[in-house]
Design a protein around this ligand. Structure first.
Ligand SMILES: *Cc1c(COP(=O)(O)O)cnc(C)c1O
Length: 374
């Protein structure tokens, strides 16, 4: 029997352009955290997002921590975070000595339920951190209203949503500050990297200082505050410049793949495709499907079977308040987060996935279902 092809859930798309820029960075000797690609990337990324500044960091988690630290979030403060997100969103709050206050999600967007945010604000609340989960932008116009009424900051964890929009406004410009991740499985990647976009000049200045150990930008080795080393390298920025240059193509190919999965799922009564809010355009991060409540099998039964036939999947993130790290922090209930998390999974999504491979994956999903529901 011929060896069965295995399909990974994610795979970076790296071409001659990435190689050319990285090689150029190496030959220039600028391999550390200064250099022309860093400046170019920050300028081009801010332009793409429609913000005054982009501050590059060494990963998406440090981007989150950097913005919270620069906003002065500290011990005794609270930050509202959706219960359904990757753990980095909440960990960044915890690093500040502050407490993440978890709120359930909206069943349409899977992002923070705006109706519950206002009720979760207390005198200790310093910020709301919305998360564009699986690429869907959160409801920023309504969140903005709530946050400005309460005089608190609105932060977007946009790690998964580069290329998304609300109306004509791109992700990156929808909140007071937005953070991105360039991990290997994200829409743009440099292996490990991150960025914060903002049009608040003071915030950008504070972030640049904190990113560089807290050093006074005008006085070498003078440190008015305690900062961090959250700098990105020029080599990584070279890779990002290439990815940004290719981003239209990377995004359109991902979008096509995700549409194919979703169209297929809409025609099957075993699956539900994700839904999109009115003016939102989802960023095409990973194909995300739900097993229907009455499918007759569970998500875990399906993904185990798919793993056996060479289709790698990811289960959705578990709700954070149920994890040991955050389990004691709440008395609230998170029924929507729990339901979506139990039923959701990601399928192989990467720009280099060919049409015939996509058809083969769908054939394997269909026969896995047939075996589960005889
Ligand atoms: C990937 C991700 C992060 C963290 O990014 P890293 O670059 O891995 O540190 C944060 N939040 C969300 C929602 C993510 O998907």
């Amino acid at each position: 029997m011929p060896q069965m092809t295995r399909f990974p859930v994610a795979k970076p798309s790296l071409t001659d352009l990435e190689e050319k820029y990285v090689s150029d960075a190496l030959k220039s000797g600028w391999v550390s955290s200064a250099g022309p690609y860093l400046e170019r990337f920050e300028m081009e990324f801010a332009a793409r997002c429609g913000t005054r500044s982009a501050v590059a960091t060494n990963n998406g988690t440090t981007a989150l921590h950097l913005v919270l630290a620069a906003a002065g979030v500290g011990p005794g403060d609270q930050v509202i975070v959706p219960a359904f997100t990757y753990i980095a969103s909440a960990n960044a709050v915890t690093y500040c000595g502050a407490t993440p206050v978890f709120v359930d999600i909206d069943p349409v967007t899977w992002c923070v339920d705006v109706g519950q945010v206002a009720g979760a604000i207390t005198s200790q609340t310093k910020a709301v951190m919305a998360v564009d989960i699986y690429g869907h932008p959160a409801d920023y116009p309504d969140l903005r209203k709530i946050c400005s009424d309460a005089s608190i900051m609105l932060i977007a964890d946009a790690a998964e949503s580069f290329g998304g929009r609300l109306g004509t406004t791109p992700v990156g410009a929808l909140a007071d500050a937005s953070t991105f991740s360039f991990f290997g499985n994200k829409i743009l990647t440099c292996g490990e990297g991150g960025c914060v976009t903002t049009s608040d000049d003071d915030l950008a200045i504070r972030m640049r200082q904190l990113r560089n150990q807290g050093m006074d930008p005008n006085r070498r080795y003078h440190f008015p505050v305690i900062g961090y080393n959250y700098r990105l390298t020029n080599v990584a920025a070279a890779l990002l410049c290439a990815q940004l240059e290719r981003s239209e193509l990377l995004i359109s190919r991902r979008r096509k793949i995700i549409e194919t999965y979703e169209e297929w799922a809409s025609g099957s009564h075993f699956f539900d495709a994700p839904t999109t809010a009115n003016t939102a355009e989802r960023a095409p991060w990973m194909a995300s499907l739900l097993v229907s409540p009455d499918a007759g099998f569970t998500r875990d039964q399906l993904t185990a079977r798919l793993g056996d036939v060479g289709v790698e999947t990811r289960p959705f993130f578990p709700p954070l308040p149920g994890l040991p790290a955050y389990g004691s922090s709440t008395g609230r209930a998170y029924p929507v987060s729990e339901d979506i998390s139990d039923r959701g999974f990601n399928l192989p999504t990467y720009p280099d996935l060919a049409d015939e491979d996509l058809s083969e994956i769908l054939r394997r999903v269909a026969s896995a279902v047939d075996e589960l529901v005889p």
